[in-house]
Structure formats: structure tokens, C-alpha cells
Design a protein around this ligand. Structure first.
Ligand code: ATP
Length: 255
């Protein structure tokens, strides 16, 4: 199930800074981040609480405007776009998956998957919708409501909903955070397969096991990417996190 948008890197950040507030209360959430997420790659973003992971995701997705630096989404610089233009770009190119699934309880699987398209005022491509529901293994559950599904199945609905618009990139925020270990691994395996089929995924996670499914792990500390790891293993990711934690503790002690 390949993505429709063929660009070398659907998302690129150049020297992105994001400061919240001003004066004494200013917080630098991103301190000059440059990174590109290649098409068909799976990137995990890790780092301590407050290190800027969500801000990175929000800036990359055009949900939040950088204080300086630039974000390019599918070849289009976001700088200078108004809210309507940004909304349209997001609808065309970006989807999200959240820890809490965010499904509508009164709607069945098919209706949940088509809802964003309908809300955008478009007619869903029914054949494609059937294909994505089949792809996530829910063909026999199309008329079920979320309450009749397991947590893993609900997250599969959210994944199908994310794929329905043929996004260039899927941003996932702790997608396995609410799932038990076995179900989490099934969802990660599905995400990995989608990447092999051409989907680009960027995932924020605290879990070294989840991160080990990615091609690359970015480690953020205080708004900067301090290191990257290719072909990560659970042990290597956990080791790097422990090192970064120890360094942060030492730095706090010196202040
Ligand atoms: N809207 C906001 N207003 C003010 N400060 C903010 C805002 N959003 C984030 N911050 C601050 O920016 C920094 C980075 O926050 P961010 O949420 O990106 O971190 P995170 O790594 O995603 O954290 P967590 O793992 O806890 O979700 C933090 O110091 C946070 O308090």
C-alpha cells in the first residue's frame, strides 16, 4: 500500500527554533533542529519529558509555527502560509495516530475511517477505504463500533483512518502507550509493514521496544537532537536513554 506522494523527503526541518512565552518566562522548546524524514522511513523520536518531542511533531506537521527556521512539507515551505492554507496542506499530506485512538464511539469502523474525508467536504474513495480497512485486518469488523473492539483493533481503526487520505507522512504520538505488550507488538509490526510498503512514519515514544521497530531513532535533549541511532536495538536504545539521563542528572547537579 504505497503512498501517493513521491518526494525524497516529505518533511524537512531547517534550523527550527520554537520559543514559548517571552522575557524571563521564555522557554526554548526547540533550539535549532535540522532533520529530514526520508520517504518510506520509520523514525522514532525519544527524549526526556519536556525535551521538545511534541513541539517537534507539531512544527513538522504545520500545527505549530516555528519562531525561526523553516519547515518544508512535500516540497512546500510552510512559512508565510495562512491558517486556511496550512489546514489544506495538512489535510492533503499529514495524518496522526494518538495513544488514545480518538475514535468516535457512536460510529462504526467504516464511518470512523471516512469521517475526516467527509469533514473536509470530500467524497471518500470507497474502494480505497475498503482496501485500508482490509490492510489493517478489520475487513470483518467494518460495521462494529469502537466499544465492540479490543484496544489493538481500535488502534488499527485509527491507523486505517490515518491512511485513508493517502498521507505523505503519518505522525504517531505514543501509538502503543495504551496497549498491552502483545497487542503493542502487533501494531508496531503493522506500522513496520506499512513503512516497507512506502509509508513514511514519525513516532514519538518513550518505549525502547517501540523505538527498536524504527529505522532511525532521534534523541532530543533540551530542544536539540543530541544523537541519532540507525538500526536500533532495544538494548542500544535503552543504553543511550540511560546515558542521557545520567548526563542530565550530572548537569543539574553542576548548576
Ligand atoms: N504551549 C506551550 N506554552 C508554553 N510552554 C510550552 C508549550 N508547549 C510546550 N511548552 C514547553 O516546551 C518544552 C517542550 O515541551 P514538549 O511538550 O515539546 O516536550 P515533550 O518532550 O513532548 O514532553 P513530554 O514527553 O512530557 O510530552 C517544555 O518545557 C514545555 O513546558
Amino acid at each position: 500500500m504505497p503512498t501517493m506522494t513521491a518526494v525524497a523527503s516529505p518533511v524537512q526541518l531547517d534550523a527550527v527554533r520554537k520559543t514559548y512565552g517571552s522575557g524571563d518566562s521564555a522557554v526554548e522548546a526547540l533550539a535549532g533542529v535540522s532533520v529530514s524524514f526520508p520517504a518510506g522511513s520509520f523514525t522514532a523520536v525519544m527524549g526526556p519529558s519536556g525535551s521538545g518531542k511534541s513541539t517537534l511533531l507539531h512544527c513538522a506537521a504545520g500545527l505549530d509555527e516555528p519562531t525561526s527556521g523553516s519547515v518544508t512539507l512535500v516540497g512546500t515551505p510552510l512559512k508565510g502560509k495562512n491558517e486556511t492554507q496550512l489546514t489544506e496542506l495538512r489535510r492533503q499530506h499529514v495524518s496522526f495516530i494518538f495513544q488514545s485512538f480518538n475514535l468516535m464511539p457512536a460510529l462504526n469502523v467504516e464511518q470512523n475511517v471516512t469521517l475526516p474525508t467527509l469533514l473536509a467536504g470530500r467524497e471518500p474513495d470507497r474502494a480505497w477505504v475498503a482496501q485500508v480497512i482490509e490492510r489493517v485486518g478489520l475487513a470483518k469488523r467494518v460495521k462494529h463500533r469502537p466499544g465492540e473492539l479490543s484496544g489493538g483493533q481500535q488502534q488499527r481503526v485509527a491507523i486505517a483512518r490515518a491512511l485513508a487520505s493517502r498521507p505523505a507522512v503519518v505522525f504517531a504520538d505514543e501509538p502503543t502507550g495504551a496497549l498491552d505488550t502483545t497487542t503493542a507488538l502487533e501494531v508496531l509490526t503493522l506500522m513496520r509493514e506499512l513503512v516497507s510498503e512506502g509509508q513514511t512514519i514519525v513516532m514519538v515514544t518513550h518505549d525502547p521496544v517501540a523505538a527498536s521497530y524504527a529505522d532511525t531513532v532521534l534523541f532530543l535533549v533540551d530542544g536539540s537532537i543530541v544523537t541519532q541511532m540507525a538500526t536500533p536495538t532495544v538494548e542500544a536504545v535503552a543504553g543511550t536513554l540511560a546515558d542521557l539521563g545520567a548526563r542530565a542528572k550530572q548537569a543539574r547537579g553542576q548548576r
